[in-house]
Design a protein around this ligand. Structure first.
Ligand code: ADP
Ligand code: ZN
Ligand code: ZN
Length: 818
């Protein structure tokens, strides 16, 4: 009887792929195990076993699998269901979810290696130019990969070329699978079981009388093993018994001792440093817990709306404790950037080694370890603290998911697929496990609050800060007036400077926020108005004074600072707008004695640079911290007395239907970094338009009014949360082809869909990395289920793919969050 296996390949193909397997393999295979399979001409992939059956595929001849890579599944059934939901809902393939979900190290890689065989087999003159290049390269390197060959020859399709050389017997191919992950192991020794009986041992010791050191070693082993009653580590043994390596080695060679290895876990936290405080919740926190638990009884989702520094984290901790005490797992999600040692340490103080951290900045091996700990429901992974990718872990008894800072836009993954939103996916994950989900924020997203209003989520509130600390006072500073009266020093109003002086005198720290990095976003010629543009993207180059460069923030293109205008040649170049670097520069002159730090993408690239800056600020080694959004993310600084927003207008005027929501959240969050202890904090917001409704709502902390206005506006224009949307982006390097293709796509959609199709339209930035972009916007109607509409769209996409002329055009789906 012939058996077949359907597998999920970690690539962008719509369906599972079928392979031939033996009956032994069929018996051994379980859903969720990894198998190595050949695919295409010469590729080997790691695929996930999905389904064993006996129906041969009709469209192709099934190949045999190479091998089964696991003895037990590395994925669990609920997880696979969850991944399938992600693929369906976010309109990508299951393979793309596998690629994103499984740690890279578990996805074995196949690299076709090209090795020299007999390079001189063919006289040089008979090679084509390209062949000659490859042969030359192989004289200097022992092997080449496919992509090296592509680079050397500057060609994309190199397989025929390589095949030609193989046929001529000049080179040969080597398929290599690299198992990237090697679990770290420790060497142990034990006594050969032959000597377990009393008499056998007696005999052994007698034979060793001539070798007193060896007999000493055997006796030491017994005393150590007797004391610790657990495996004896080789290094430990050497140390404790003071017996030399060579003696132990001799005994191993004689088979008196046996050496073996055990896998250890690398992620070890220092025990003993735990100083568990017994936190007594205040009445507001206690009430919140009660409300949360009540809404969990369904069980369902609850939103915890608590102002900054109201003690939400303490509430999470209490709830988490309960869940792990009941033997279940907890997932605690944070936006990537907020995963600081600050919070990790705080949680470790409570949960010690039961907490594991999962984070893209962690190494392959660290991630695999957490994966395995979750898979085996180990003690070490009862609480998982992680960024969005932690959703993909193999949970099997999840009891609670906490989504902290649920409003954060960095929960949305933009590239590559799956383009999912971690908060929304977390709710689905919790649901699949019958677990509860707690969303927390001081500035809830419009969607979540809307769902509360609709009765879909429960709500708990903590309206005041812990310890009766007052909310910081937010003052709007009109800089239009100040500019007119020439009363600005650089980008600082008199009001802000004065407040800074006072704060510094009182030894308080200051945070200054500006949402752009670099020195100035534009370097413009005041004679002709020309500004230097990126040649690859449709944006101006940003001036980075310190590096003396003009840089593109989209593709990394850079040139030295220009001395004169590229268009008219005059040297009347002036900057427009300003970024964090310029603020830092101005501070040097305004406050020469102050120690100033800067936190933005440019200063936090290294693995620990972000933590270092935070630690320095926390230790008060810095007086002033200038930064972009990064400084808003849930940091808890004790000594900040003043927060300055350099310019609120650029936030509010951003061309995006969420701009007002983001401004509100950002301003309230950054304000929340100040005055977290007894003294009331101050926040100064510089703006040209202090009467802007959103700024008014920020300064009075009027969330309800803000929510009401936003929902009203969005209902007018049919945007979420009232209307579900989908953005389809088409990309191509060829401008005309893109236009034609996107017209075809939009027209076809209009023909089959019942809902509103807008576009195609160029986005604000219509070219990035030499790819032109065009958007089509779908607004779903209630007349048809969303899933059905999505299916119709996918079918249009299939017809589109069949048009050879459009083959190069990429189609990208962003569901809900654009
Ligand atoms: P949030 O997460 O809402 O911003 P935190 O949980 O960080 O607030 O709390 C702010 C500060 O107040 C922290 O330093 C925290 O340790 C302290 N805190 C909160 N609740 C309590 C409590 N019940 N007892 C003692 N300290 C508390
Ligand atoms: Zn000019
Ligand atoms: Zn660019």
């Amino acid at each position: 009887m012939q058996y077949f296996l359907d597998v999920i390949l970690p690539i962008r193909i719509e369906r599972t792929f079928t392979y031939k397997i033996t009956s032994e393999e069929a018996a051994a295979l379980q859903k969720g195990m990894r198998v190595a399979v050949p695919f295409g001409k010469s590729k080997i992939y790691t695929a996930i076993a999905f389904h064993v059956h006996q129906n041969p595929p009709t469209a192709y001849e099934a190949k045999e699998i190479h091998e089964i890579l696991d003895s037990h599944p590395v994925l669990v059934p609920t997880q696979i269901k969850f991944w399938q939901w992600i693929a369906d809902y976010y309109m990508c393939t299951l393979g793309e979810v596998v690629r994103a979900g499984l740690p890279n190290a578990l996805l074995l890689e196949s690299e076709t290696l090209i090795l020299p065989k007999v390079l001189d087999k063919v006289p040089e003159g008979e090679f084509t130019d390209d062949e000659f290049l490859i042969v030359e390269a192989l004289r200097h390197q022992s092997s080449l990969q496919i992509k090296d060959v592509a680079d050397i020859t500057d060609r994309k399709r190199v397989l025929p070329l390589i095949n030609g050389l193989v046929e001529k017997g000049v080179v040969r191919l080597k398929e290599e699978i690299h198992e990237k992950y090697r679990p770290k192991t420790v060497k142990y020794i034990r006594l050969n079981p032959e000597y377990e009986s009393e008499t056998a041992l007696q005999n052994l010791l007698e034979t060793l009388t001539r070798a007193p050191k060896q007999s000493q070693a055997v006796l030491s082993y017994f005393s150590i093993y007797g004391q610790q009653k657990k495996p004896v580590g080789l290094t430990d043994f050497e140390k404790t018994s003071r017996i030399s390596k060579s003696v132990i080695k001799a005994l191993i060679e004689k088979s008196v001792f046996e050496a073996y290895e055990l896998q250890t876990d690398r992620v070890v936290y220092e025990e003993g440093e735990r100083k568990v405080r017994d936190i007594q919740l205040n009445p507001l926190q206690t009430k919140a817990i009660g409300d949360i638990q009540e809404s969990f009884e369904k069980p369902r989702v609850c939103l915890l709306h608590g102002v900054t520094s109201s003690g939400k984290t303490e509430v999470y901790i209490k709830l988490i404790k309960k869940v792990i005490d009941s033997g279940k797992q907890v997932l605690y999600l944070l936006p990537e950037i907020a995963l600081t040692t600050q919070l990790i340490n705080r949680l470790k103080a409570y949960f010690g080694n039961t907490i594991a951290v999962y984070h893209s900045r962690y190494s392959y091996n660290e991630r695999i370890e957490v994966w395995n700990n979750v898979l085996h429901q180990s003690e070490k992974a009862q609480v998982i603290l992680g960024a969005r990718s932690a959703l993909f872990l193999p949970f099997s008894k999840l009891g609670l998911v906490v989504v902290d800072e649920e409003h954060e836009q960095s929960y949305k993954q933009f590239d590559p697929a799956p383009r999912y939103h971690a908060r929304d996916a977390a709710i689905v994950l919790a649901n699949l496990h019958g677990a509860n989900c707690l969303l927390g924020s001081a500035t809830p997203s419009i969607e979540s609050y809307y769902n509360v209003k609709k009765g879909k989520y429960g709500i708990a509130e903590i309206p005041r800060r812990y310890g009766e600390v007052l909310m910081p006072e937010i003052e709007l500073v009109d800089i239009k007036e100040a500019h007119r009266k020439k009363r600005m020093k650089g980008h600082f109003s008199e009001r802000l400077l004065k407040a800074m002086e006072t704060a510094l005198e009182e030894n308080e720290q200051i945070i200054l926020f500006q949402n752009r990095r670099g020195f100035a976003p534009i370097l413009e010629c005041t004679t002709c108005g020309h500004a230097a543009q990126c040649p690859n993207c449709d944006v101006s180059l940003t001036l980075h004074q310190h590096r003396e460069q003009l840089r593109c923030h989209y593709c990394g293109f850079h040139i030295p600072i220009l001395q004169s205008c590229q268009a008219c040649g005059s040297s009347t170049l002036d900057t427009k707008g300003f970024g964090t670097e310029q603020i830092q520069e101005e501070l040097k002159h305004l406050f020469p004695d102050a120690k100033v730090g800067r936190m933005d993408l440019d200063t936090t690239r290294g693995k620990y640079s972000y933590d270092k800056l935070i630690n320095a600020f926390e230790a008060q080694e810095l007086d002033i911290l200038v930064g972009t959004q990064m400084i808003t993310k849930g940091l808890d600084f004790r000594n900040v007395g003043l927060v300055g927003i350099m310019n609120a207008d650029s936030l509010l005027n951003f061309p995006d239907y969420r701009a007002h929501e983001r401004s509100f959240q950002l301003l309230v969050q950054v304000a929340g970094r100040s005055g977290r202890t007894q003294k009331r904090g101050n926040v100064l917001v510089q703006t040209y338009n202090p009467y802007h409704q959103v700024l008014q709502q920020v300064s009075s902390y009027d969330y309800p009014k803000f929510f009401h206005d936003q929902v009203y506006e969005r209902e007018q224009f049919k945007y979420p949360p009232g209307t579900k949307i989908l953005r389809i982006t088409l990309k191509d390097r060829d401008y005309n082809k893109l236009n034609e293709a996107s017209d075809w796509f939009a027209t076809s959609l209009r023909n089959v869909l019942k809902c509103t199709v807008l576009g195609p339209e160029y986005p604000a930035i219509s070219r990035i990395r030499n790819q032109y972009l065009k958007n089509i916007l779908i607004k779903f109607t209630t007349a048809e289920p969303v899933a059905k509409t999505k299916k119709s769209i996918k079918r249009v996409n299939q017809s589109f793919d069949a048009i050879s002329n459009y083959r190069s055009v990429r189609v990208v789906y962003n569901v809900d969050h654009i």
